[in-house]
Design a protein around this ligand. Structure first.
Ligand SMILES: Nc1ncnc2c1ncn2[C@@H]1O[C@H](COP(=O)(O)OP(=O)(O)OP(=O)(O)O)[C@@H](O)[C@H]1O
Ligand SMILES: [Mg+2]
Length: 326
């Protein structure tokens, strides 16, 4: 039997209605989520990708009880998020980042003391636990400085410290490495992995494809409020036509047909590239190579460029999101 899911949603919709214009008489209606079905298993790092405005933060807020769905159902750790948010809150952590939610006039350590008291951490444990999370996010040296003196990245680390202070079973991370320098971003990814070895399940949104590829077991791609694909990285590669990508540039448009019939060709994408066309071919076997593409086009093109490489998550993402927009 498969394990009980940590997150399970059915048909989540969320509509935002707001007024704007002269005397606020104009009504606008945004359907941020249009029927989302999702399942996240215990102990995995689940990644949610999608363009700006796709609905990632809205979904994260619904699953972490900050926002109610307009319709549909979500169970997190077996609890209905709309019916019993109080029971869920102590068991989850949420890192939304940004400027909000921290007290600027006091130090990081004092912020964490305040949150520890809110979470009901026993006083005997509190200071030790705070020191532990400060070490874990790399803020020990700056821990007693006022947060208003913090850089953006330092605030992001403090958000993370706050998110794990009460040892949640499930952690929501909305763009956790945004604004972090490369070393801090790497340390944050390491921290995420170490949390998973402690048994924490992670639900993460990111715009960094390599980060998703490096961290996540399974991914979903959200576009305009709907999930357009959900699978492992390998499964998503198959979905867009394969592990190998061959890019070609510098031939005549009329020659594309010659490539279409090459053995091993999965999907072909064309893109304007200056006055010419750039072609991207995906392939799942080993038959399609830069050499076979070059041979098919002949040697009459002095500026022909052909490059063979592994299909990366960014290719998959762009294929799927563009397909959706088409
Ligand atoms: N409080 C709100 N009132 C009105 N519209 C909202 C509100 N919050 C979000 N939206 C709209 O819902 C849609 C989804 O927004 P959301 O913030 O979930 O996107 P996102 O995928 O997190 O984007 P990004 O990658 O930019 O963070 C957008 O069209 C946004 O304008
Ligand atoms: Mg967002």
């Amino acid at each position: 039997m498969p394990p009980d899911p940590v997150i399970e949603t059915r048909g989540i919709r969320r509509v935002f209605e707001s007024r704007k214009g002269f005397l606020f008489t104009e009504k606008t209606r945004t359907e941020a989520l249009r029927g989302v079905d999702l399942r996240v298993d215990p102990g995995e790092i689940f990644g949610l990708l999608g363009p700006n405005g796709a609905g990632k933060t809205t979904l994260t807020k619904i699953l972490s009880t900050l926002l109610l769905p307009t319709s549909g159902e979500a169970h997190v750790l077996g609890i209905d998020v709309a019916r019993d948010p109080q029971a869920l809150r102590p068991r989850i952590g949420l890192v939304l980042g940004g400027e909000r939610g921290l007290y600027n006039r006091i130090s990081a350590r004092e912020n964490l003391r305040y949150f520890a008291d809110l979470f009901g951490l026993p006083a005997s444990l509190r200071d030790r636990r705070i020191q532990e999370v400060l070490d874990r996010v790399g803020l020990t040296e700056a821990a007693d400085r006022r947060v208003e003196e913090y850089s953006r990245g330092m605030k992001q680390k403090l958000h993370l410290a706050r998110g794990i202070l009460h040892r949640p079973e499930l952690l929501f991370l909305d763009e956790p490495t945004i604004g972090l320098d490369p070393k801090s971003a790497r340390e944050t990814r390491k921290l995420v992995r170490s949390l998973v070895s402690d048994g924490v399940t992670i639900f993460l949104t990111t715009h960094y494809m390599f980060e998703a590829e490096e961290l996540c077991q399974r991914l979903a791609i959200l576009s305009k409020g709907k999930i357009v694909a959900r699978d492992t990285v390998a499964g998503l590669r198959r979905l867009v036509g394969g592990d190998t990508t061959v890019e070609a540039y510098g031939f005549e448009d009329s020659e594309i047909d010659r490539l279409r019939h090459l053995p091993g060709v999965g999907r072909i994408l064309t893109e304007e590239f200056g006055p010419r066309l750039r072609l991207t071919l995906r392939s799942s076997g080993s038959e399609l190579t830069a050499e076979s593409v070059r041979a098919a086009l002949g040697s009459a093109h002095p500026d022909l460029m052909v490059r063979e490489r592994r299909t990366v998550l960014e290719d998959v993402y762009l294929d799927l999101v563009e397909e959706e927009a088409a």
